[in-house]
Design a protein around this ligand. Structure first.
Ligand SMILES: NC(=O)c1ccc[n+]([C@@H]2O[C@H](COP(=O)([O-])OP(=O)(O)OC[C@H]3O[C@@H](n4cnc5c(N)ncnc54)[C@H](O)[C@@H]3O)[C@@H](O)[C@H]2O)c1
Length: 355
């Protein structure tokens, strides 16, 4: 089993990565958590596949286990989902010494993490991420949140799990589009920090070969996120580099209407379009955007701008909560495998229109 330790002083925690790890989750949890009761939060899709075995495995170890199942999808990451869950926790007699388990994709992870950070002023929690995006990104780094009608992730905190258990085998039940969505983030890590990962991904013969290497790939991605988060736990500087392609990606997602493009697809377009501009401005090594296209194409991810109103896209970027005081921090590649933070303003993206 591969193990990564996130070193954040008293908030440190291990990440276990192995094919079939979910079958050992009960033993790993037993090793780390000294409590009587566990409360699993999962969604309708994941519950059908993995809840039963996890629950009986934990009961076998002597835990009393209760659970709640939210509707699959972003809609459940809503502030209005919280009262029902808090009530169920109280009814299940979950105390400060007990723990919550997040079993699912990024929606369940963010929601369960937020619940854990607030219930009884904070109780322990465990992440068992089941989507590729959650395994390489959202389960690591301690950002937990719920959405408000005014926008995504507007209420949240930094709250770390006690351990993360990653089983790449569960990704077999993910549909193709959801898997590709996560690949957008995997590819992002290669572009910003790891030329070797870039060549590895480029040289895999096909998706079956990729799948047989997932343990290593996920480890590499989590390790990059580990280094970045350890240097900048509260997202005040370096952690920004994880947003490569995201400012434009979010704006395209918003203008295109959430749901039309997946997050990974929108970020893929963002990564390419931003690099095309920066290459033109001489900030990125010539040929980089062609290398980006080559990899995105290989994993069936888009790179051309969709048919959207460009003025609307610029407007959304202008009011993005990260772009205060009209200054804009854009993450650019100097070349594949290396990135930097470029301080600019919205004028940078006006190049999109002139193209
Ligand atoms: N906290 C962070 O740092 C961070 C980072 C990136 C994204 N996020 C958040 O993550 C969320 C998106 O996560 P997501 O893409 O995992 O979405 P998701 O949780 O909605 O999962 C996508 C779909 O896949 C299904 N699913 C999950 N695992 C499955 C499996 N093994 N087999 C079959 N179906 C499965 C889910 O039921 C859902 O329908 C967003 O809310 C985003 O804001 C958080």
């Amino acid at each position: 089993m591969k193990v990564l330790n996130i070193d954040l002083g008293e908030n440190s925690y291990p990440i276990y990565i192995e094919m079939g790890a979910i079958d050992k989750a009960n033993l790993l949890i037993k090793e780390h958590l000294d409590c009587k009761r566990l409360f699993i939060i999962t969604d309708t899709n994941v519950a059908k596949l993995y809840l039963g075995e996890l629950k009986s495995g934990l009961e076998h170890e002597g835990y009393s286990v209760n659970y709640t199942i939210v509707e699959a999808g972003e809609k459940s990451k809503d502030i209005l989902t919280l009262p029902k869950i808090y009530k169920e926790l109280v009814n299940s007699n979950i105390s400060r010494s007990d723990a919550i388990i997040a079993l699912g994709g990024g929606v369940v992870g963010d929601l369960a993490g937020f619940v854990a950070s607030t219930y009884l002023r904070g109780i322990k929690f465990v992440q068992i991420p089941t989507s590729l995006l959650a395994q390489v990104d959202s389960s690591v780094g301690g950002k937990v949140a719920v959405d408000l009608p005014q926008g995504k992730n507007l209420v949240g905190s930094f709250y770390h799990p006690k351990l993360v258990i990653i089983d790449p085998q569960v990704l077999r039940s993910l549909d193709e589009r959801a898997f590709n969505d996560g690949m957008g983030e995997v590819i992002k890590y290669a572009f910003i920090r790891d030329y070797e990962l870039y060549s590895q991904l480029l040289n895999f013969q096909d998706k079956d070969v990729l799948r047989s290497n997932l343990e290593d790939i996920i480890y590499t991605c989590c390790n990059i996120k580990r280094m970045v988060v350890e240097n900048d736990e509260k997202d005040l500087g370096e952690r920004m580099i994880l947003n490569f392609g995201h400012t434009l990606g979010h704006a395209i997602e918003t203008v295109g209407g959430y749901g039309e493009l997946t997050h990974g697809e929108a970020v893929s377009i963002g990564m390419y379009q931003v690099s095309k501009i920066s290459e033109k401005l001489g900030l990125t090594k010539e040929g980089t955007s062609s290398q980006i296209v080559e990899l995105l194409k290989k994993y069936d991810l888009p790179y051309n701008m969709p048919e959207v109103d460009y003025d609307e896209v610029l407007k959304v970027m202008g009011i993005d909560k990260k772009n205060l005081n009209s200054n804009l921090n854009v993450i650019l590649l100097s070349e594949v495998g290396d990135c930097f933070i470029h301080k600019t303003n919205i004028g940078f993206f006006e190049q999109l229109i002139s193209d």
